[in-house]
Ligand binder design. Structure first.
Ligand SMILES: *[C@@H]1O[C@H](CO)[C@@H](O)[C@H](O)[C@H]1NC(C)=O
Ligand SMILES: *[C@@H]1O[C@H](CO)[C@@H](O)[C@H](O)[C@H]1NC(C)=O
Ligand SMILES: *[C@@H]1O[C@H](CO)[C@@H](O)[C@H](O)[C@H]1NC(C)=O
Length: 614
């Protein structure tokens, strides 16, 4: 382009401008960014209004403004319009845009008035500001995705692009910001992923509002989102199965164990009460659980022998009715609280005395309800007895005889069986079997004497008892009942039974007839003692009967023969000397001994002094 055409273009531009001013009632219009330094030159009034700047002072040029402040002045030397004090668009116009200041430029000589319009341009000198620095919000953990939280928008005093353009939410897993809806009043914070109070109960978000300035400015608000609990968790036990051991002698009130369930919910939703779901009636009477602490304790008498383990289901329930379950197994340990029990399975309580050694007389069963070592039973009987106890099968024992028995010595035995278990301390029990030895006819009657000698005076009365024999038989009852009898024999050809009889029961021997010593002086008889057994046993004894003499016979004079009443005559010489033998009288006596001793005397004499007898 040529120099002239350039000039032409400039002139044309000016013309256009002038023309424009004419159209706007000869006003001049300027624009100035807010917040410029004072003395900032906005434009040249003299130039733009075609005024002679040298005459401005003379013409008393001045700028009028309706208001406290002036903001702009005219430099009377140069004709420039400049900023005289701080211009804050936001204070002047707020959100009004464009922000226009109206001045009147007045000159005198001649009077001239120009409207000057100054557009205050916004600069991004304000940050977006939220109504509060921090906001606290609550949302249920059960809120569905898409749920919205409304946040009051940030305000930016600047206008246009310098006002809030976007919102940015701090990085997080659950929320996004949505600025599309509710454009004028709220920003929506939208739930993108569902919440879980138990994982994170509080979410701290930072929402930034960013304006479109260059550089952009931003304002932030801290949003504390509190997640409200929903009873979405059931109580959970620390173990699915609790296993413990307990001694069967555990006292009432003994604590068995404490089980715990946890519920991550809050408040009542997390408060747990415990119950036992009794599976059978027996656990109901034995165990209880503390509703609050979960402590299981003993309330009944445990017995390992009844049940060696108990199983229960425990339920934990939270305040919202959600439940959790666990299994509880309580093993009951044995305590040696049961003595062995001896029972007699079979017993021969009467055994014959001739029972062979080794014969079985009893079968015993010994049981101990305890278990393990506590139930290991040993069993014994005294070794002094003719019996022994031997293990049979399992818990059975047999008692056998070890040697032959004799009822006549010992007719009953008390066999005390002692059973002792293996516990510590041991428990024992005993039982006494009374074993009767029954009789066998194994003893013959035995006479007290080997022989009996009986002295009987002659001339006895028939039927008098002359003696008694006695035999002993230690056997029982009829086996020991002795019957006496005489062994048939003859005395001088006469049956002995015609001399003597014997009382079969008493052994008393009677004379059947009167004896005559002079007939026979003695005889023997055999007495048999026989018991009543079957077959009977017997023994015999010899009874010697001696008949004693009685003086039952008068002497008999043999010489001189006393035949008739005739006198015997003896001749004696006259001169016979005194003491000479005259005659001999011979007499005999059938008796014996003293009874037969004879003495002679002269009973009657005519001349008593003349004869004597020796
Ligand atoms: C056995 O016991 C019974 C009853 O206690 C008693 O009468 C009897 O005399 C005892 N026998 C022995 C041999 O001790
Ligand atoms: C006597 O002995 C026989 C066997 O010799 C026996 O069978 C019987 O029972 C015994 N009598 C009594 C009463 O003991
Ligand atoms: C008497 O006893 C003896 C010996 O014990 C015996 O040999 C005899 O046969 C017995 N006599 C009678 C009659 O029983």
């Amino acid at each position: 382009m040529s120099k002239t055409s350039k000039l032409c273009l400039a002139k044309w531009r000016l013309w256009i401008t002038s023309l424009l001013f004419c159209i706007t009632a000869a006003d001049v219009r300027y624009s100035v960014p807010e917040e410029t330094k004072t003395k900032y030159v906005i434009g040249s009034l003299s130039k733009d209004l075609n005024l002679d700047s040298n005459r401005l002072r003379f013409r008393k040029a001045r700028l009028d403004y309706q208001g406290d402040k002036r903001y702009c002045e005219v430099d009377l030397d140069s004709g420039n319009l400049f900023v005289s004090e701080r211009i804050d668009r936001e204070m002047l116009c707020g959100t009004t845009s464009p922000c226009l200041l109206h001045f009147e430029f007045v000159l005198e000589n001649p009077l001239e008035l120009h409207n000057v319009v100054l557009e205050v341009q916004d600069i991004n000198d304000n940050s977006p500001v939220f109504p509060k620095d921090s906001i606290k919000l609550e949302i249920s953990e059960a809120a569905p995705t898409g749920s919205k939280l409304q946040i009051a928008r940030a305000r930016d005093l600047d206008v246009g692009m310098n006002s809030v353009q976007t919102y940015i939410l701090s990085q997080n897993k659950h929320f996004v910001v949505d600025t599309k809806s509710n454009k004028d009043r709220y920003v929506d914070i939208v739930l993108k992923n569902s919440l879980d109070r138990e994982t994170k109960a509080e979410h701290s978000l930072i929402l930034s509002a960013v304006d479109g300035g260059n550089p952009p400015k931003s304002g932030t608000v801290v949003i504390e989102v509190f997640v409200i609990d929903v009873n979405d968790n059931a109580p959970v036990f620390s173990q699915p199965l609790y296993d413990t051991r307990l001694s069967e002698n555990a006292a009432l009130g003994t604590s068995v164990m404490k089980i715990t369930a946890t519920d991550v919910d809050e408040g009542a939703n997390g408060q747990i009460t415990y119950y036992i779901n009794h599976l059978s009636d027996n656990t109901k009477e034995l165990f209880k659980i503390d509703e609050h602490s979960g402590e299981i304790s003993v309330i009944g008498h445990l017995d390992h022998e009844k049940s060696s383990s108990y199983e229960m289901e425990v339920q934990a329930e939270d305040g919202g009715g959600q439940t959790g379950h666990c299994k509880v197994v309580i093993e009951i340990d044995d305590v040696n609280d049961n003595a062995p029990v001896i029972s007699v399975k079979s017993l021969k309580n009467q055994i014959p005395e001739n029972i062979p050694p080794g014969s079985e007389i009893a079968v015993i069963n010994v049981k101990d309800q305890d278990s393990g070592e506590n139930s290991r039973v040993s069993c014994s009987i005294p070794t002094s007895l003719p019996f022994q106890l031997q293990p049979y099968i399992k818990s059975y024992f047999i008692i056998t005889t070890t040697r032959s028995l004799d009822r006549e010595q010992i007719e009953n035995y008390n066999v005390t069986i002692t059973a002792t278990d293996g516990g510590t301390p041991t428990l024992h029990s005993n039982i006494t079997l009374n074993i009767q030895v029954s009789d066998i006819n194994d003893n013959s009657p035995t006479f007290e004497l080997q022989t009996y000698a009986v002295y009987v005076s002659e001339n006895n009365k028939p039927g008098t008892s002359v003696c008694s024999v006695s035999a002993n038989d230690p056997d029982w009852r009829q086996n020991g009942t002795v019957l006496y009898s005489l062994v048939p024999s003859e005395v001088n050809g006469v049956p002995v039974s015609s001399f003597l009889s014997i009382n079969g029961d008493t052994g008393v021997i009677h004379a059947v007839r009167s004896f005559d010593y002079e007939q026979f002086r003695n005889f023997t008889v055999k007495v048999v003692a026989r018991d009543n057994g079957s077959p009977p046993l017997s023994s015999n004894v010899t009874v010697k009967v001696f008949i004693t003499d009685e003086n039952d016979n008068s002497p008999q004079i043999l010489y001189p023969v006393p035949d008739g009443k005739s006198l015997m005559t003896e001749m004696v010489p006259k001169a016979t000397l005194s003491g000479s033998l005259v005659s001999k009288v011979i007499a005999v006596d059938a008796d014996s001994g003293q009874n037969a001793w004879l003495s002679y005397q002269i009973v009657k004499s005519t001349d008593p002094g003349l004869f004597s007898i020796g």
